[in-house]
Design a protein around this ligand. Structure first.
Ligand code: ADP
Ligand code: MG
Length: 705
């Protein structure tokens, strides 16, 4: 058997041909390292062996049973076949059925013993299992406790992923493993070796091993994050932004139909002070403001200041819908200020794109609003001096650096709807000045929030129907996309004894609700849909062509549908408080009274009190502070793609499990020490880390085209 290193292509593995390699590439897996860092999203706890007489209907469990009857295969409709036999353990008998797996009759010979794993059905005393997983069992030889469950794509199966990962693990030459962590960090935090951790995360022998391995990967992500941020701070410091003269702000305020709140006024003054400061090297400011606090006006003010000083400005939003919304809102304002503003997104027609690009180079366009299409190489400005990014969390901090390149170190304004508590912001974004818009525009109605359990279901459906028939619209958020994919699984942040409520999935939910309420227009949206499909559903919802939108958290980011008055979050216990607050912010945007209903059957008192905090306050910063105290900073750390923590079928991100601020702070400490010795990460021992930091930056650049 040959050996592989992290850099070896997955094509080198047996069973990975051109086609499979392509599917793997779609998931971002090119090399052995990519493959080995494709962590399980959960595990089947096959060590949970139960007796036939004790299993309950619907339970997912392992049964160790001996085959009692010769398997019999029958033909069904079409080309379907069904193979049946019975097996027993010391306590009772179970009927087993396999569909379209004729070959199993050769495997299951009478008298042979297997460990069967799957969902058990019980009707009275009759127990059965349909198409369970199975392994031969020999008394005295231990079988693995946990089976990894991987995020999949295309035609890939769990079995296949497990096989190629195991073979990669066995072929991996330990000497070729590049450890990115400094020795000191590993020692001081008692982390296992990388080789051990990789084996343990894919095939853990116990919960303790799982924990120990994941701790190492949390540190890896924290360390790379800290290095990347520290490096980008240095880069930002070399900026060279023009110093502005004060602008005629009375003129700016006069074109709005409302006056600024005190908070907006203060933040706009802070922005102006930054950009007119002769001693500073330019503005790098983060504006945190709750959903609806009026961040757009602050962005507009900054852009106005740039333009009235003879420079161009750009506003970048994470999605086309948001960019378009900004363009529609600000276009009106800018027109009154004689500012020429254009929209540039991926879907902008080529001919239009050409015109906008030309206008940006020759300076006839003052402002451009768009998505990351603005970052492409061929978008050039005559003299951009300000870039505003909205909804920072979706972008990831790394893009700041790519953006800075466009303005050759101009002013930078970042707007975040997830209020980051100041303590955390100082660690993570120490180079940014902070502004908080801590006040809502007048007349904003509080969204009434309730925490309910399953017993409320019927009344809630009635309420949904009532809202829809009154012409209002409803959002329903579920943690999973489809199927009973997560039943019986255990994972990094939960164990079976936690007794977690089952996951609601959006697909089934939408179907069932539509059946129950045939007169209501129900639609489905989730993260596995193509961006264009999602946009289509979202636009239809915004246009009022859909009454109830059942979705995963993809609606989280700032879409504005003022007619939506009810937000329902299923399995609310699965979400972070800040995320729930974001979701709640989707309603209460119009003149109608709005509600947020958190549905949870979680039994634990911690989960309950966490959720109750949501019913007690509408203040996002308060909630973020609670979240930080309870769950740690993990949820605040964006991953490479800039997305926050996701649940239900989405790849496991180790750092989302970082549960204490001290570790994050320490990671910055280690990064600082290393950079003090080796500012550009040139040294041999820092090469591995340098590569992944580069990838952090690089993946942003390459995802842009
Ligand atoms: P966000 O901070 O979520 O981006 P927006 O800037 O989109 O908030 O503002 C939310 C809504 O509040 C918009 O409809 C906007 O026109 C309105 N708004 C903003 N500032 C004020 C204000 N000072 N007085 C009244 N309405 C305001
Ligand atoms: Mg906004």
């Amino acid at each position: 058997m040959g050996s592989v290193s992290f850099d070896t292509s997955v094509r080198y593995l047996a069973g990975v041909g051109e086609k499979r390699a392509e599917t793997l590439a779609n998931m971002g897996i090119y090399t052995i390292r990519d493959l080995l860092y494709h962590f399980p999203r959960a595990y089947q706890h096959r060590g949970n062996v139960r007796f036939v007489t004790e299993v309950e209907d619907g339970e997912t469990a392992s049964l160790i049973m001996t085959v009692a009857s010769q398997p019999h295969t029958a033909m069904l409709k079409g080309r379907m076949t069904m193979t049946k036999f019975s097996a027993f353990d010391g306590t009772g008998k179970c009927n087993l059925t396999f569909f379209n797996q004729n070959y199993v009759s050769k495997i299951f010979t009478v008298g042979a013993t297997f460990r069967f794993y799957g969902k058990v059905q019980r009707k009275g005393r009759a127990v059965s299992m349909a198409s369970p997983s199975f392994e031969p069992y020999t008394e005295g030889i231990a079988l693995p406790e946990f089976f990894p469950v991987y995020p999949l794509s295309g035609s890939l199966t769990q079995k296949y992923m497990g096989k190629i990962i195991s073979s990669a693990l066995s072929m991996l030459n330990e000497k070729e493993i590049e450890d990115i962590l400094p020795e000191k960090l590993v020692k001081e935090n008692h982390l296992p070796s990388l080789g051990w951790a990789l084996n343990a995360i894919h095939n853990p022998m116990s919960y303790e091993h799982m924990e120990k391995a994941r701790k190492r990967f949390v540190w890896e992500e924290l360390y790379v994050f800290a290095l990347a941020i520290s490096l980008s701070k240095k880069k930002a410091k070399s900026g060279n932004a023009p110093v502005f003269n004060p602008s005629d702000m009375d003129r700016f305020y006069s074109v709005f139909p409302f006056s600024p709140t005190d908070a907006q006024h203060r933040v706009i003054n802070e922005i102006e002070a930054d950009m007119t400061d002769k001693k500073a090297i330019g503005m790098s400011r983060l504006v945190c403001g709750d959903v609806g606090s009026g961040k757009t006006m602050c962005a507009a003010a900054a852009m106005y200041m740039a333009v009235s000083n003879g420079y161009q400005a750009a506003l970048m939003a994470p999605t086309e819908i948001l960019a378009t919304q900004h363009y529609n809102d600000l276009g009106v304002i800018f027109a009154k200020l004689d500012i020429r503003c254009e929209l540039l997104c991926g879907s902008t027609p080529a001919s239009k794109k050409k015109i906008v690009k030309k206008g940006l180079i020759d300076g006839s366009i003052d402002c451009v609003i768009g998505t990351h299409a603005l970052l492409t190489g061929d978008v050039e400005f005559k003299n951009a001096a300000l870039i505003v990014t909205d909804e920072q969390h979706r972008f990831g901090v790394m893009q700041r650096s790519a953006l800075g390149d466009k303005t050759r170190g101009g002013h930078m304004l970042v707007m975040s709807a997830t209020p980051i508590p100041r303590t955390l912001a100082l660690i993570m974004y120490g180079d940014l000045s902070l502004s908080y818009i801590d006040q809502m525009p007048p007349g904003r109605k509080k969204v009434s929030t309730f925490l309910v359990d399953e017993s409320y279901r019927e009344r809630m459906n009635g309420f949904i129907e009532k809202q829809a028939t009154e012409g209002r619209q409803v959002y329903i958020v579920c943690p999973a996309i489809e199927g009973e994919e997560d039943e019986g699984l255990v994972g990094f942040d939960y164990r079976p004894e936690d007794n977690r409520p089952k996951l609601k999935n959006a697909t089934q939910y939408a179907e069932q609700l539509q059946k129950k309420l045939p007169a209501i227009r129900v639609a489905l949206m989730h993260g596995k849909m193509k961006a264009a499909e999602k946009d289509k559903v979202m636009s239809a919802f915004a246009a009022g062509e859909i009454d109830v939108l059942v979705s995963t958290t993809v609606i989280e980011v700032g879409v504005n549908v003022p007619n939506a008055t009810l937000m329902i979050v299923e399995n609310a216990e699965r979400f972070g408080l800040s995320q729930l607050h974001q979701l709640r912010g989707r309603v209460g945007r119009g003149q109608h009274k709005s509600w947020c209903i958190l549905v949870s059957d979680a039994k634990g008192t911690e989960a309950k009190s966490r959720l109750e905090a949501m019913t007690e306050t509408n203040d996002g910063l308060e909630i973020a502070k609670k979240d930080l105290a309870i769950r740690g900073p993990g949820d605040f750390i964006p991953d490479r793609n800039g997305s926050a923590r996701q649940h239900g079928g989405v790849a496991f991100k180790a750092v989302s499990l970082c549960d204490n601020t001290a570790d994050l702070e320490a990671a910055f400490g280690y990064a600082g020490e290393v950079l003090a010795q080796d500012p550009r990460l040139d040294r041999e021992e820092n090469q591995a880390a340098a590569k992944y930091v580069e990838e952090y930056f690089g993946s942003i650049r390459s995802s842009v085209n």
